[in-house]
Design a protein around this ligand. Structure first.
Ligand code: BTN
Length: 327
């Protein structure tokens, strides 16, 4: 059930800057106009502002510039309307929190967000730098009824969908570097960390963790990240609306998840991957077991493995690893 504040925000957002009458709000919520005023004061304390005119009602004049749970909920598209959302100021890792909640029996699907992570983690045991700087740290939690074998394409499918959502929302041109990076002009914009718990032949639960640099600025990043990372703000030059974007991303992830579970995604993955593949036709090298492999990348196989063509023309399928682009 949405809270009263979320319902009020929804009304004000759909008025697109016009006035919404206080009595209409009071009537639709079944509360007094004084109670509406009290909710407006609570919203003001969160960084919203409203113009109140006696004969016209309220209109929104300012939104918080940091992540705000009520605003994200009020902006969610219909496809994500059953998604529970919790936003923290600080947490160790949104993936860890989602896993704890799943283990304690929380109903799925849900989304854990945090403004900052003290122990954010990336793939291959790496740390994910997670200060409170307007970047997004998000974990979606699910209990999918799919066999573990089918999960090998999950991160790739989510990656192309996140990439497409970023491009449409911000009008940028990001692409996907197999298996889990989203980048712009070769610099990392986002990383995905999928973690699943399996029973013998069933997936018990699944967490899709996304770290996406929205409003971080390079000047604040550790030296070693400046050459390799970017953010939407760095690319566009101005701060962006992370609340509206988070709501849009939630809608895209929910839709992509439904398509994944119903298997509807299968026919589309190959084409979508081709549209956003950062590696296609590039000379790459990677570790395959203990051996270093070099060759040309030629997309993915139906199981999500990277196809690499070696100098002698033989092709191998690589299931996991860290790719470097050579040329
Ligand atoms: C990678 O590129 O190595 C994946 C990075 C994933 C980082 C995100 S931030 C939100 C979620 N919580 C975590 O601890 N990690 C993921």
């Amino acid at each position: 059930m949405p809270t009263k504040e979320v319902i009020i925000l929804k009304e004000l957002l759909s008025a697109r800057g016009d006035f919404v009458s206080g009595s209409l709000l009071a009537e639709s919520l079944g509360i007094s106009r004084v109670a509406i005023w009290a909710h407006m004061e609570k919203l003001r304390a969160q960084g919203f502002d409203f113009e109140a005119v006696r004969s016209k009602g309220y209109r929104m004049t300012q939104r918080p510039d940091t992540l705000n749970e009520s605003l994200i909920k009020a902006s969610l598209p219909r496809v994500a309307s059953n998604l529970e959302i919790a936003l923290h100021d600080e947490i160790d890792s949104t993936n860890s929190e989602a896993e704890r909640l799943l283990a304690n029996g929380a109903a799925d699907p849900f989304l854990v967000l945090s403004k900052r992570q003290t122990d954010g983690r990336g793939r291959l045991g790496r740390q994910w730098h997670s200060p409170d700087n307007g970047n997004l740290y998000a974990s979606f939690a699910f209990r999918p009824e799919v066999s573990p074998a089918r999960l090998s394409t999950f991160t790739l499918w989510m990656g192309v969908n996140i990439c497409e959502c970023v491009n449409a929302f911000f009008r940028v041109e990001s692409n996907v570097k197999w298996p889990n990076d989203i980048q712009i002009s070769g610099k990392k914009l986002a990383g995905i960390l999928t973690e699943a718990r399996m029973d013998a032949d069933q997936t018990r639960d699944l967490v899709l963790g996304i770290g996406l640099n929205v409003n971080g600025v390079a000047a604040d990043w550790p030296e070693e990240l400046r050459a390799t990372a970017t953010s939407i703000r760095e690319e566009i030059g101005t701060a962006q609306d992370a609340n509206r974007f988070t709501a849009s991303l939630a809608g895209r992830v929910m839709l992509a998840y439904e398509q994944f579970v119903s298997d509807e995604y299968r026919a589309r993955l190959k084409d979508k991957w081709k549209s956003y593949d950062a590696l296609e036709g590039r000379e790459v090298s990677l570790l395959h077991g203990d051996a270093k492999i070099s060759g040309k990348a030629w997309g993915i196989d139906p199981h999500g493995a990277l196809i690499v063509e070696r100098a002698d023309g033989s092709r191998i399928q690589v299931r996991a690893g860290e790719v470097s682009i050579e040329k």
